[in-house]
Design a binder for this molecule. Structure first.
Ligand code: KIV
Ligand code: ZN
Length: 398
């Protein structure tokens, strides 16, 4: 940690990356993750405290409940742009605007699939018809507000020439953000990097819009792919808390933000995220959706800052940066967890006993340590109460 450039030293070169959170829209599309109105308002307010720039609050045409929650969020939540999703169809777009219009900063996000698979089998439309519909959709959205995002759905499986053509037409029609979704989580970091570079090189009006990335995690690469897109010039990342979302989920906000913060030397980017809010928001979303966060989940999982091995614990007690690349306090945990288990060593045991108010002599420590190892072979987790009991027992025997 100490040999990394300090944030101040980097400021001049740092690009600002917009964080577009879609927990309430794509995240809610996780099977079983539905949230009611009160829950959505609570999550939206937590997202503002976290510092996200744009909240995708829902898909207003999808159901009366979705319409109502986008409307309530637009009416009551302040401090972020509120966005609603719509297909490139007048009734969708007008409905989205009806829900969004009370927000001081509102965005309409229109999407239309562009890949050959989707054109042929889902939409049964020719390339010319797709361009026409995309343009009409963006124009309709732009007639309601200035902030219009266009997504060519399945962009990462769309032929380069056709993608450039649709993107250029959408920008000409008024799109201010072009989101390039990896709808089915199929791309790779190298490939998405090339695709974003290609768009920047070949689309003549690309500088009139912000390029955005939206990656799904079907092959477990959503975060890596989003970061590669940032390296190739994306200025907005679409993501969700805990990476929840359709199928295997979306890119996880907490991982993206901490990767950019911890590796500023590579990404040279900054966000408005207050990283100390990451764990509280993660817990809120997990509690609200009923989707548990796996213990070993990066950044917010219970084990993310827990060390059990004796060698690691010894290193940590001497100097944290031996085994910790981020401080737990930075993401909202209270402290590093030196878990006592069968892999732990004397140093961690002595440290825990001391924290519990018991200073052991070398001989006492050796005896307690032997008893501790026997217990640890039988139990998955050793609690503070176990340590106190072991110490008291050994001290009373001597
Ligand atoms: O994954 C996707 O393509 C989407 C779009 C609606 C942006 O969620
Ligand atoms: Zn998506």
């Amino acid at each position: 940690m100490s040999d990394q450039p300090t944030p101040d030293a980097m400021t001049e070169t740092n690009r600002q990356i917009r964080i577009f959170d879609t927990t309430l829209r794509d995240g809610e599309q996780s099977p079983g993750a539905s949230m009611n109105l009160a829950e959505k308002l609570e999550v939206a307010s937590a997202l503002v405290d976290l510092g996200v720039d744009i909240i995708e609050a829902g898909f207003p045409i999808a159901s009366p409940g979705d319409f109502e929650s986008v409307k309530q969020i637009a009416t009551t939540i302040r401090g972020a742009t509120i966005c609603g999703l719509a297909r490139c169809a007048e009734k969708d777009i007008d409905r989205a605007w009806e829900a969004l219009k009370t927000a001081p900063q509102a965005r309409i996000h229109v999407f239309l699939a562009t890949s050959a698979i989707h054109r042929e089998f889902k939409l049964r439309m020719t390339p010319d018809e797709i361009v026409e519909r995309a343009v009409a959709g963006v124009r309709r959205a732009a007639s309601h507000c200035d902030d219009v995002e266009f997504s060519p759905e399945d962009a990462c499986r769309t032929e380069h020439d056709f993608l450039c053509r649709v993107v250029e037409a959408a920008i000409d029609a008024g799109a201010t953000t072009i989101n390039v979704p990896d709808t089915v989580g199929y791309t790779t970091p190298g490939e998405i990097y090339d695709r974003f570079k290609m768009l920047r090189d070949r689309v003549p009006n690309m500088d009139k819009a912000v390029l955005s990335t939206h990656c799904h995690d079907d092959l477990g690469m959503a975060v890596a792919n989003s970061l590669a897109a940032v390296e190739a010039g994306a200025g907005q990342i679409e993501c969700t808390i805990n990476g929840i979302g359709e199928r295997a989920g979306n890119a996880a906000l907490e991982e993206l933000v901490m990767a950019m913060k911890t590796r500023q030397d590579i990404y040279r980017c900054q966000t408005n995220i207050n990283t100390k809010r990451l764990v509280p928001v993660s817990r809120l979303v997990s509690k609200t959706t009923g989707i548990n966060v796996q213990r070993n989940k990066a950044i917010v999982g219970r084990n993310a800052f827990a060390h059990e091995s004796g060698i690691h614990q010894d290193g940590m007690l001497k100097e944290r940066s031996t085994y910790e690349i981020m401080a737990p306090e930075e993401v909202g945990f209270t402290k590093t967890d030196l878990v006592l288990g069968k892999h732990s060593g004397r140093a961690a045991l002595a440290d825990r006993a001391k924290q519990l108010g018991m200073t052991l002599t070398g001989e006492q420590l050796q005896e307690v340590f032997e008893a501790f190892k026997e217990l640890a072979d039988k139990k998955k987790e050793i609690y503070d109460g176990d340590i106190v009991a072991l110490v008291q027992q050994k001290i009373s025997e001597t």
